[in-house]
Design a protein around this ligand. Structure first.
Ligand code: HEC
Ligand code: HEC
Ligand code: HEC
Ligand code: HEC
Ligand code: HEC
Length: 486
């Protein structure tokens, strides 16, 4: 028999701990605090005397990128009241440690500098308040995604290096997609080419969220993209989210990459609700420029949602009589599942009404009631999260599994069948059908807004004195005629 000692020597000094973990096929390692001092966030920080720069300063020379980024979901990632409400709930539920995980993505600078101590906005620097600002991407010198305890990017696994110390003092280094030209940075910063900036893996470190202890994947935008057709054709997140609307359509439809001059810093997605609230706040503060800026982003988000999906209605007959209505819901232009990320919170559902030739309603489903709730039979394309012991859960610190995953894969579809009893009338039936989207169930949104930290006064900032009705966007609306019998 070989002794354990010999075996270890034979393996070239692999430690006993590693052997045991590998041998038992154990659950994932905990992040090593020496390597990941901000765990549960997997951010890494190369500290020097070179500090982070507020976005306004970058904007003095890069005004186009600054105007595009201003009012984007990245600019709002930390001030977002829905985020602050959930953060506050998280800290109250499981203690302050979890806040580092959240802030690692929603305000990376605020955590590596140790500035953010509790939920809320008061007393914080410009850099911390600006969430995912210029420097959170352009100080990224690399990522540790493939070396994380779960061997996959996520939970903020970026390496932030805003600059370096030199004998003549600190020098700022900014990483970008291109080979720098002579004089790049105008003496304010040096430029380094970083190929990561053209790849989905830059975004992946934040757009892939794991449970802070068990590592269950909770938000999986990057994994969904990676498993789909756009990754195969090298159409990255940037090619749809860092371009204007028409260029996004072209990327999605033709799988052709945008040209260098077509990139923009809008980071526009689906979140029309936060743009609408921000527009209200800007108007209240008398900032008409910001109000106009976010209004444009609101319109872009709605247009994007309306370009993402399509519906096909297919009647099914048995004994020559209409027996079922099949609805095929297609994800035609989202690079990941539809919806993605917080799939257990976002709601996409079908609303349908079938009328006979006299206009009499013979079937209806998916209509929101006067309290803003959906009927239990509504067909939703999202997921249900579960906590330990098979109970329904919505909060990221509770979810350790999913009992249902019904989001629609990229360039894929889901079919829904509605049984109909054979109508008496002879003439064609009219099927009015809609695919509808909202950020969350009304009750959940209200609960999060009600949970914001005390220093965020929703009436003072947003003019909210009562909880708002949550707006719904119709992604697709169709009216089709079908025959009741063949
Ligand atoms: C979420 C990450 C992210 C944030 C935040 C961000 N950028 Fe970028 N930036 C990128 C990526 C990715 C590219 C490369 C796009 C491409 O392929 O051309 C880029 C390209 C650039 C470029 C070079 C190409 C060009 O557009 O001329 C500049 C300059 C730039 N960004 C400045 C800024 C400034 C200034 C801000 C803040 C106002 C900012 N960026 C915020 C990710 C980011
Ligand atoms: C790995 C990065 C990451 C971590 C860690 C993370 N988030 Fe997020 N969070 C995101 C991204 C990306 C989105 C946007 C997804 C979308 O809009 O679909 C988001 C969206 C949200 C939203 C929805 C905001 C809205 O307006 O709809 C809430 C709420 C939220 N996060 C709370 C939290 C809390 C609380 C934590 C810590 C327990 C946390 N997040 C940890 C990346 C992260
Ligand atoms: C004093 C003016 C000035 C300031 C301030 C400034 N830059 Fe630049 N930067 C430049 C110039 C000039 C270039 C080269 C031409 C260009 O791409 O616009 C450049 C280029 C870049 C590039 C492109 C690198 C590549 O891939 O070619 C990035 C990214 C960038 N800057 C980011 C930033 C960020 C982030 C900030 C704030 C932390 C910032 N810059 C502040 C002048 C400035
Ligand atoms: C440092 C972390 C971080 C990085 C890197 C990052 N994001 Fe984000 N992103 C976030 C967070 C956090 C939010 C959500 C803010 C919220 O909802 O409050 C977000 C929101 C978004 C949204 C808006 C989603 C919506 O619901 O409208 C888009 C689109 C987006 N990111 C695209 C990208 C792309 C493309 C890249 C890579 C070029 C990228 N992100 C890199 C953290 C990051
Ligand atoms: C082919 C184009 C395309 C690509 C590639 C793509 N997206 Fe999207 N994305 C969309 C569309 C369309 C939407 C709006 C519909 C939706 O919510 O899914 C969207 C929505 C989003 C949202 C908001 C989801 C929500 O409901 O809150 C986030 C966050 C996001 N994308 C991030 C990413 C990231 C990160 C990548 C790369 C891993 C990526 N996207 C790649 C087209 C794309």
């Amino acid at each position: 028999m070989i002794s354990i000692k010999k075996l270890i020597i034979g393996l070239g000094g692999v430690s006993m701990a590693t052997l045991l973990v590998a041998g038992l096929g154990n659950s994932m390692d905990k992040p090593d605090p020496a390597e990941y001092p901000f765990a549960p966030s997997l951010l890494q920080y190369k500290k020097s005397a070179a500090e982070f720069t507020p976005p306004e300063t970058c904007g003095e020379c890069h005004s186009q990128q600054y105007n595009e980024w201003t009012g984007s979901m990245h600019a709002l990632a930390f001030k977002d009241p829905v985020y602050q409400g959930e953060l506050n709930k998280a800290v109250k539920a499981v203690g302050h440690d979890i806040a580092r995980q959240c802030e690692g993505c929603h305000s990376p600078a605020g955590i590596v500098t140790g500035e953010i101590k509790m939920p809320g906005l008061s007393g914080l620097s410009d850099v911390a308040l600006n969430g995912v600002s210029c420097d959170m991407c352009h100080s990224v010198s690399g990522h540790s995604g493939w070396q994380t305890p779960y061997r996959f990017p996520g939970n903020g696994s970026l390496i932030l290096s805003p600059g370096k110390d030199t004998p003549s003092g600190p020098v700022l280094t900014k990483y970008g997609p291109y080979q720098p030209e002579e004089g790049c940075g105008d003496g304010f910063h040096e430029c380094v080419e970083q190929p990561l900036h053209k790849k989905a893996e830059l975004c992946a470190n934040c757009h892939q969220v794991y449970h802070y202890e068990t590592h269950t994947p909770i938000e999986s935008t990057y994994r969904e993209w990676k498993d789909g057709p756009y990754a195969v054709h090298d159409i990255a997140c940037q090619d749809c989210h860092m371009v204007d609307f028409d260029t996004f359509l072209r990327s999605a439809d033709t799988m052709k990459k945008p040209k260098k001059e077509e990139f923009r810093h809008y980071f526009n997605g689906a979140n029309f609700l936060i743009y609408a609230l921000t527009e209200q706040a800007a108007k209240k503060a008398g900032d008409t420029e910001l109000a106009a800026n976010v209004h444009k982003k609101y319109e872009m988000a709605v247009a994007r949602l309306q370009a993402a999906a399509d519906l096909v209605v297919i009647p099914i007959y048995r004994d020559k009589k209409l027996a079922e209505i099949k609805v095929r819901v297609k994800n035609i232009r989202a690079g990941h599942k539809l919806p993605t990320s917080l799939t257990n919170i976002r709601q996409i559902w079908l609303e349908m009404t079938v009328k006979d030739e006299n206009g009499k309603v013979i079937m209806t489903t998916g209509t929101v009631d006067e309290k803003g709730a959906l009927p239990s039979e509504a067909r939703l394309f999202n997921s249900d999260g579960m906590g330990e012991g098979f109970h329904f859960a919505i909060d990221p610190w509770e979810i350790v599994a999913f009992s249902r995953q019904d989001a629609i894969p990229p360039k894929g579809y889901k079919d829904v069948y509605y049984g109909v009893s054979a109508p008496q009338s002879k003439g064609p039936l009219v099927v009015d059908i809609k695919l509808r989207y909202r950020q969350a169930e009304q009750e959940i949104a209200h609960a999060l807004l009600a949970a914001v930290p005390e220093d965020m006064d929703l009436a003072a900032i947003y003019g909210l004195t009562a909880m708002p009705d949550l707006p719904v966007v119709d992604m697709v609306s169709k009216s089709v005629k079908i025959e009741p019998a063949l």
